[in-house]
Design a protein around this ligand. Structure first.
Ligand code: GDP
Length: 478
């Protein structure tokens, strides 16, 4: 059924402002009296751990925060997903190329290396997936979008250069993501190579090799001549074995976008990394805010494939739009459902964007009235005593400038609280305070949400300010 924000708050035993805040975080702008869609109610309820009948819908709509429950009996080992990070010029790209060229799955001829953003190699009959964009920028962009795809980080440090600024950054990023680090001491073929110095320097970052009593794996190698690469791959498999990466190949797939672009001939093209389940050609899919049916899949050797299991990267076509790196994807049973959910996500994203950009503000109120053909300005009134509240409300409600009026969303006595600011943000209102101030939380939220707070000690000034702003005659404040 449908509920208003206030009714939902009652049912959950929460303050309306808290619900409004949660909705805002989901990109839904709602006022207390607004009726919520069933899907939205479920999202909020699930957030509070309250079960709602049509649970499945929630899980699929809220694909960013979906937590999977797999039957342990169905879990199978999956290849580790590895990202290479390190300082510029320390050899990340060379290492990625060199691993690929020495290790491309032999025996399966016919393929031509394709750069799809990730590739797989085989070592001791086991697969390893490498993300092909070196550096922590890609890693962090994906993480910022909620994609936790990397299982193991290779930290490349040039033996002739040692720890540099981006080495430190890479360490911090890997640590923040709680991803195990293997150190690859590169350029061992060079004259000035000094792997001991690299070890010493890295100990400051708690990356301590076994020989010094720690548990970080160090591999000395040369990306140029290939020395040490086999050892590195073996070490990756060793870490993978310890970490015990698993997935359930026997279910509908989900995972993340590695990269995507608009191809002139083929339309939107996206490289997906399957993180759980198995992806099949022909399946309806939601990818970020895009959706479609997978028309074809190509692997990193340019071969057409019909399915892709856990940790396998594939390039797909068939989407209606270009998603972004780090976007989650989910496969659905029916295309109709996929379309619905993609549409819901898209409008949610749009609402969030609109809320971000177009907050009402006295400084350019006049142009906002003109541009949006506004007939009402939403205002929240707070004053020290009820008498002042009523006086302000009365005067404000009389204002009319060329057909545009003031609509009092909320009025009350007392300091400006965070809940007032949240309400203002959700209903795109200006807050007028008379002989009151915002408390610390209210001030912080107002700054974050771009809510215009106007404080006055004279009622007449409060009225005049808004009236002048509506006429476009307010002096700019510097
Ligand atoms: P990235 O910026 O970390 O991706 O570094 P690159 O892979 O582009 O390498 C930077 C430079 O170092 C290039 O000129 C490479 O040829 C060189 N280089 C990379 N690995 C090695 C190595 O193992 N030995 C030597 N001598 N040079 C290397």
């Amino acid at each position: 059924g449908s509920l208003s924000v206030g009714e939902l708050a009652d049912k959950l035993n929460k303050e309306s402002s808290e619900i409004i805040k949660k909705l805002m975080n989901l990109g839904v702008m709602a006022t207390i009296n607004e009726t919520l869609e069933a899907e939205t109610i479920e999202l909020i309820a699930t957030d509070y751990g309250v079960a709602v009948e049509q649970e499945e819908v929630v899980d699929e709509l809220d694909i960013d925060n979906y937590v999977e429950q797999d039957d342990p009996a169905k879990l199978q080992e999956r290849p580790p997903v590895v990202t290479i990070m390190g300082h510029v010029d320390h050899g990340k790209t060379t290492l990625l190329d060199s691993i690929r060229h020495t290790k491309v799955t032999s025996g399966e001829a016919g393929g031509i290396t394709q750069h799809i953003g990730a590739y797989q190699v085989e070592e001791n009959n086991k697969l390893i997936t490498f993300l092909d964009t070196p550096g922590h920028a890609a890693f962090t962009t994906m993480r910022a979008r909620g994609a936790e795809v990397t299982d193991i980080t290779i930290l490349v440090v040039a033996a002739d250069d040692g720890v540099m600024p981006q080495t430190r950054e890479a360490i911090n990023h890997a640590k923040a993501a709680e991803v195990p680090i293997i150190v690859a001491v590169n350029k061992m073929d060079k004259e000035g190579a000094n792997p001991d110095r690299v070890m010493q320097e890295l100990m400051e970052f708690q990356l301590v090799p076994e020989s010094y009593g720690g548990d970080t794996i160090f591999v000395n190698l040369s990306a140029i001549n290939g020395e040490g690469i086999d050892e590195l791959l073996e070490m990756i498999l060793l870490v993978a074995e310890v970490e015990d990466f698993k997935a359930n190949p026997d279910k509908r797939a989900r995972g993340s976008v590695v990269e995507a672009e608009l191809d002139k001939g083929r339309g939107p093209v996206a490289t997906l990394l399957v993180q759980n389940g198995t992806l099949h050609v022909g399946e309806p899919i939601v990818v970020g805010n895009a959706f479609g049916r997978i028309r074809a899949m190509v692997d990193d050797l340019g071969r057409q494939v019909k399915s892709a299991g856990p940790s396998k990267p594939v390039e797909i076509i068939g989407l209606n739009d270009v998603p972004q790196a780090g976007d989650p994807f989910v496969v659905f049973e029916e295309e109709k459902k996929a379309r619905q959910i993609a549409d819901a996500r898209k409008s949610r994203a749009k609402d969030a964007e609109r809320a971000q950009t177009s907050k009402i503000n006295l400084d350019d109120l006049f142009s906002q009235i003109q541009e949006n053909d506004m007939k009402e300005i939403n205002v929240i009134v707070k004053a020290d005593v009820q008498g002042s509240v009523e006086a302000l409300r009365g005067s404000l409600e009389k204002i009319e400038v060329e057909g545009c009026k003031i609509n009092i969303v909320h009025a009350g006595a007392g300091a400006i609280a965070e809940s007032d600011v949240i309400l203002a943000s959700a209903s795109n209102a200006i807050i007028i305070g008379f002989n009151v101030r915002p408390d610390v939380n209210a001030k912080r939220t107002a700054d974050a949400e771009n809510v215009d707070l106007r404080l006055h000690q004279v009622i007449y000034n409060a009225i005049e300010e808004i009236e002048t702003a509506m006429k476009g005659m307010l002096d700019p404040v510097y």
